[in-house]
Design a protein around this ligand. Structure first.
Ligand SMILES: Cc1cc2nc3c(=O)[nH]c(=O)nc-3n(C[C@H](O)[C@H](O)[C@H](O)COP(=O)(O)OP(=O)(O)OC[C@H]3O[C@@H](n4cnc5c(N)ncnc54)[C@H](O)[C@@H]3O)c2cc1C
Length: 454
């Protein structure tokens, strides 16, 4: 019997419960549906997805079937053509995916085809880590503790005898998107594993300190692989449990970061509206908008604020589709607290630009910065883009790398071109605002706003 393995963001063969269950039924038909919703993603993300599909197609020996259309109609049509009675998926948790999966399951049900969900993109299924009273955790630290106790499942092994169904055909991979993807880091399961092994060998031992330094390759760079499910957190947790003494502190810190990813997915599961609305509303908060502000936001998007650390981060994003975590915090703080713009504006820009764009981590990361999210009391924290830069990029290497107009300034001087006679000789832009003034302004606005206790 043929069953359909409908892939979405679980593009790997190893450690994939949905594939294991599908394979136990006989031949497997791997299907990817080009949902019209994908058109809303930027070209960067679509090209990265295409590269991941190409990699998966290669590892199935060309068995991947790609079809375009509304997911319900398309999956039902493929099931009919292939004579399949079941469709297997990995569970998904964003508000859109939950709605879509409900609708597709109903549509398939009309034809007597069952949709089965096995596994999730997380070590622990969102919604299952709860307090003793059975309620969701609202803050990270106790969630993280309880989550660690539950995040113990071992990776599942790839079925020994996978038989791919080749009964029906689909669309070709998109050559133009694949060409566009050549500017990104390699995609796919193999690339994810290689990156993970390199990180384990070279950076894990120093991760606890190195993770904050954008000038060093201190982090794993796995977020895009995790986003597309090219590697699963179970595999990472298994390897981390086996490290020696020298890496134990780094491993603990890395598990903590994975827990943040799971925490935000859990929060979004319980509070789907928090994707685009304040989790804890700041009532009476005053934001700036209008044509004058649009120009400033454009300068922020393009890395032309005149603050070297902010501009370096925004240009890293523009050119690589990825930005270091510290820079995400500093650039987000700049938009919300120096430009006084709603967090949703920045979140939307990040979702278009980031290859690892994830609505839970991104939109809750933005809310963390804006002071509307899960964190206890950070709304009065305003990142100083200059002191942050001098502390975390002490030699100015990160700034010089992404802002070539400052390449002539040595060491930390790159963080403060205004202090040097030749600071602007290569055309770097002047600061678009006075940070201390805007910080005062932000604190005043925040002190007038009232945060709800929920
Ligand atoms: C404003 C803002 C927006 C963000 N948007 C996204 C996003 O769209 N997608 C995304 O995956 N992460 C997002 N993050 C979290 C974090 O910045 C990235 O996960 C991290 O920079 C990815 O790089 P890495 O894989 O080298 O991280 P590492 O330091 O190697 O961490 C390992 C993994 O842990 C997880 N992780 C690490 N830090 C966080 C965090 N703060 N929150 C949630 N998960 C974390 C990621 O899955 C990451 O791949 C955002 C953070 C902020 C402040």
């Amino acid at each position: 019997m043929t069953s359909i393995w409908w892939l979405r963001r679980d593009l790997r063969l190893d450690d994939n419960p949905a594939l294991v269950v599908a394979a136990a039924e006989g031949e497997v038909l791997p299907l990817f549906v080009r949902d019209p919703q994908l058109a809303h993603l930027g070209k960067a993300r679509r090209s990265r997805l295409e590269a991941s599909l190409a990699s998966l197609d290669a590892s199935t020996g060309g068995a991947l079937v790609i079809r375009s259309g509304d997911p319900g109609t398309t999956v039902a049509a493929v099931a009919r053509e292939a004579g399949a009675r079941s469709v297997h998926v990995t569970g998904e948790f964003t508000p859109y995916a939950r709605r879509r999966d409900r609708e597709v399951a109903e549509r398939l049900g009309l034809d007597g085809v069952a949709m089965h969900s096995s596994g999730t993109p997380y070590a622990v299924r969102p919604g299952t880590v709860v307090t003793g009273q059975g309620t969701p955790y609202k803050v990270f630290t106790p969630f993280g503790k309880a989550w660690r106790d539950q995040a113990v499942a071992a990776p599942v092994t790839q079925p020994a005898a996978l038989r791919w169904s080749r009964t029906i055909t689909g669309e070709r991979l998109d050559r133009e998107l694949l060409d566009a993807a050549s500017r990104w880091e390699p995609a796919g399961e193999q690339a994810a594993l290689e990156r993970w092994r390199t990180f384990l060998d070279s950076s894990l031992a120093d991760y606890a300190d190195g993770r904050d330094r954008p000038d060093l390759a201190g982090t794993s760079g796995l977020s895009t692989h995790l986003k597309y499910g090219e590697i699963h957190p179970r595999t990472l947790l298994r390897d981390l449990a086996l490290v020696g003494d020298a890496q134990r502190v780094g491993a603990h810190s890395f598990v903590n970061e994975l827990a943040w990813r799971e925490f935000y997915a859990d929060v979004l599961w319980h509070r789907p509206a928090s994707a685009w609305h304040d989790l804890r509303e700041l009532s009476g908060m005053d934001f700036d908008e209008g044509p004058g502000v649009d120009e400033l936001v454009e300068a922020w998007c393009e890395g032309r604020t005149g603050f070297p650390f902010v501009d370096a981060g925004m240009r890293q994003l523009q050119q690589t589709g990825w930005m270091h975590n510290r820079l995400r915090m500093v650039t987000a703080s700049f938009l919300v607290k120096d430009l006084h713009v709603r967090w949703q504006v920045g979140a939307r820009h990040f979702l278009i630009q980031l290859l690892d764009a994830d609505i839970a981590s991104n939109n809750h990361g933005w809310q963390w910065v804006a002071g509307t999210g899960t964190d206890a009391a950070p709304y009065f924290r305003v990142f100083n883009p200059v002191t942050q830069g001098k502390r975390l990029d002490p030699r100015g290497d990160f700034v010089r790398r992404w802002v070539p107009e400052l390449a002539h300034l040595e060491g930390a001087a790159a963080h403060e071109p205004w202090r040097h006679a030749e600071g602007y000789v290569h055309g770097y832009c002047r600061r678009i605002l006075d940070h201390s003034e805007e910080r005062r302004e932000a604190l005043e606005r925040y002190s007038h706003a009232r945060r709800s206790m929920e």
